[in-house]
Design a protein. Structure first.
Length: 87
């Protein structure tokens, strides 16, 4: 009889710990989303306009130039950047 109670007690502990662990995993997922979710960029890439030819391109592909007044201007290529200097 004592063995049976002990067995049921172990089973109870196991079920409790298991459900508790599942709950903690859910909380951790909510607090710290997996890295895969961070990498999927839900927001569209910001587009910038080439100051020379007027083409729109993603900001990370653009060639940047910072003007003396702190304003940042973008170019689609180094050629356009050079052409802007000339012009
Ligand atoms: Zn351009």
């Amino acid at each position: 009889m004592l063995k049976l109670i002990f067995f049921l007690f172990l089973l109870f502990i196991f079920v409790t710990v298991y459900s508790f662990k599942k709950r903690i995993d859910n909380i951790l997922d909510a607090l710290f989303p997996p890295k895969q979710r961070k990498n999927t960029n839900s927001q569209p890439e910001e587009l910038v306009k080439c100051a020379t030819c007027g083409v729109y391109l993603p900001k990370h592909d653009a060639v940047k130039k910072i003007k003396f007044n702190g304003e940042i201007i973008y170019f689609c290529s180094k050629e356009c950047k050079n052409n802007y200097k000339k012009g």
